[in-house]
Structure formats: structure tokens, C-alpha cells
Design a protein around this ligand. Structure first.
Ligand code: SF4
Length: 83
């Protein structure tokens, strides 16, 4: 019984697969977006366009309206968040 309840709760709180950016989509490919940053110092969590907290695993990004990007992700539009 705990499993299904946990799954429902998680779905409400965290990004669902349906609203995560698909790295295979044309826009993601155009920007070389990946859920796992190839850079050591830059990722979505420290990008200016990431609108979740730096420690949030998934969050919205202005480049991908209505979608969630991975905090650990990266794309070529990365801009350093000041501070
Ligand atoms: Fe991540 Fe790129 Fe969005 Fe920055 S612009 S949060 S690097 S997807």
C-alpha cells in the first residue's frame, strides 16, 4: 500500500517524465541539452535561466517553456548565475 501512495505523492511534487525536456527533441538537440552536464563547473543549477533553487533536482528553464530541466543538466545557452 505504501508504494502506490508514495508514487502519487512523488508525481505531484517532482517533475514527471511528461514535462521533463526530452534530450532527443529537436530544440534540445539544437542546444546540445543533456540531463547530465559534460562540464565540471557549469550545469542548470548554477545557470541564470534555471528558476528553481540551486539544490532542486529539476526546475523550469526559460529556454524550454513548460518543461523541466535537470539541475545536473546543461545546454549551450548556459549563462553563469551571478553570485
Ligand atoms: Fe540548463 Fe540550458 Fe536552461 Fe541553463 S539555459 S538552465 S544550462 S537548459
Amino acid at each position: 500500500i505504501a508504494g502506490p501512495i508514495l508514487a502519487l505523492t512523488s508525481r505531484a511534487v517532482f517533475a514527471t517524465d511528461a514535462n521533463k525536456v526530452d534530450p532527443e527533441s529537436a530544440q534540445a538537440k539544437a542546444l546540445s541539452y543533456t540531463h547530465k552536464s559534460p562540464k565540471t563547473e557549469s550545469n542548470c543549477a548554477n545557470c541564470l535561466l534555471y528558476s528553481s533553487g540551486a539544490d532542486a533536482p529539476w526546475g523550469p528553464c526559460g529556454i524550454f517553456p513548460g518543461k523541466q530541466v535537470a539541475g545536473a543538466g546543461w545546454c549551450s545557452a548556459w549563462v553563469k548565475r551571478p553570485g
